[in-house]
Design a protein around this ligand. Structure first.
Ligand code: PLP
Length: 400
């Protein structure tokens, strides 16, 4: 039998990927499944980005690069931070990783010692707590409330900070809720962090560009310059440029931290894919006009899904500022029984019964650390979303 490491025993596999797989299995059996589980834009990578990659291959940019990224990309990242976020990083304060996911992992691996605490507001992106565990740290979860728009209250953050707190992980717009912090809302949080001098901030800005209704995106180091020297401002190509498969994440942060993360990479991944890096240069330096059109499509879908879900019996759904997720409550369905006799005890049995009876795949809130909710990704075409919401309405209607 295979003997597993104690480290690996501490973590679970990604639950969102598991739901997507289950939906795929059902599809393979011929079931007409609508999968609202995956967290990736359904749009294609922009043409000029693809062309840059093709040209890079033809130029022979197919070899190892500097571990932390080619100079051209680091320069483009520095310019992006200056342009969009009023943040000024030198190139030794910039790092590029194979996806944003590895960025967080490298930061945790580089800095955590056993017993170190990392504060994570819930609902959280599924990988945060497990990456902290993999790195030997201790996730400290603070639950937020739907009535606060799933935003963390500054006093709750203050209460959770101890002598052992090493990091605070912040994500706006959020996966899974889509909720985002305005400058004023973020100020309450950064005021607390300003006074907690030992705590470092990891700001996951992955959904920066996917925002609606004129919302103005802000990031902690921008709102509170006093945090600049202990903040890792992280972003990536996956969501903004529909480049999930290319695996490019990037960040700006203090030189020492970046050097430590570079060391983790140098002994694990080496450089991010050379071709993807050239594609990312084109994405960051290129025209961002396509975002407007895509965000308009996303917003239309959000409005459709929110309104149809609020018409479903027992479901309540707020309309978030960004990303491509909604996080409705299924509290009104708990305690009921489905038409085939499945008892809805929590969001997990809700999601399981919904998949079983109406072939709609959603991710139960328990995966994100806050129940009784579920996550819907609306990064799919309108007619599938409409069909899925009809099925959810039908499912909820039939509960007794
Ligand atoms: N952070 C958040 C909040 C995400 O939702 C994701 C992807 O789902 C990532 C980071 C990582 O993205 P990637 O590794 O594709 O850059």
């Amino acid at each position: 039998d295979l003997v597993l490491s104690e480290t690996l025993k501490r973590v679970k596999p990604s639950p969102t990927l598991a739901v997507t797989q289950k939906a795929r299995d059902l599809k393979a059996k011929g079931v007409n499944v609508i999968s609202l589980g995956a967290g990736e834009p359904d749009f294609d990578t922009p043409e000029h980005v693809k062309q840059a990659a093709i040209e890079a291959i033809e130029r022979g940019e197919t070899k190892y690069t500097a571990v932390d990224g080619i100079p051209e990309l680091k320069k483009a990242v520095a310019e992006k931070f200056r342009r969009d976020n009023d943040l000024s990083y030198t190139t030794d304060q910039i790092i590029v990783t194979p996806g944003g996911k590895f960025m967080i992992f490298a930061a945790m691996m580089a800095t955590l010692n056993p017993g170190d605490e990392v504060i994570i507001p819930a609902p959280y992106w599924v990988s945060y707590p497990d990456m902290v565990l993999l790195a030997g740290g201790k996730p400290v979860i603070i639950e937020t409330k739907a009535e606060d728009g799933f935003r963390l209250r500054p006093e709750a953050l203050k209460k959770a900070i101890t002598k052992k707190t090493r990091w605070f992980i912040f994500n706006s717009p959020s996966n899974p809720t889509g909720c985002a912090y305005s400058a004023g809302e973020l100020q309450g949080i950064t005021d607390v962090l300003k006074g907690a001098e030992k705590v470092w901030v990891l700001s996951d800005d992955m959904y920066e560009h996917i925002i609606y209704d004129g919302f103005e995106f802000v990031t902690p180091a921008q709102v509170e310059p006093a945090l600049f020297d202990r903040t890792l401002t992280m972003n990536g190509a996956s969501k903004a440029y529909a480049m999930t498969g290319w695996r490019i994440g990037y960040a700006g942060g203090p030189t020492q931290l970046i050097a430590a993360m570079r060391k983790v990479m140098s002994q694990s991944t080496s450089n991010p894919c050379s071709i993807s890096q050239w594609a990312a240069v084109a994405a960051l330096n290129g025209d961002h006009g396509f975002l407007k059109e895509r965000n308009a499509a996303f917003r239309e879908r959000r409005d459709l899904v929110v309104s149809m879900l609020n018409d479903a019996k027992g479901i309540e759904c707020m309309s978030p500022e960004g990303a491509f997720y909604v996080y409705p409550s299924c509290a009104g369905c708990i305690g009921k029984t489905s038409s085939t006799g499945i008892k809805i005890e929590d969001d997990e049995s809700f999601a399981a019964a919904l998949l079983e009876e109406e072939a709609v795949a959603v991710v139960p809130g328990v995966a994100f650390g806050l129940s009784p909710f579920f996550r819907i990704s609306y990064a799919t075409d309108k007619s599938s979303l409409e069909d899925a919401c009809f099925r959810i309405q039908k499912f909820c209607d039939a509960l007794e």
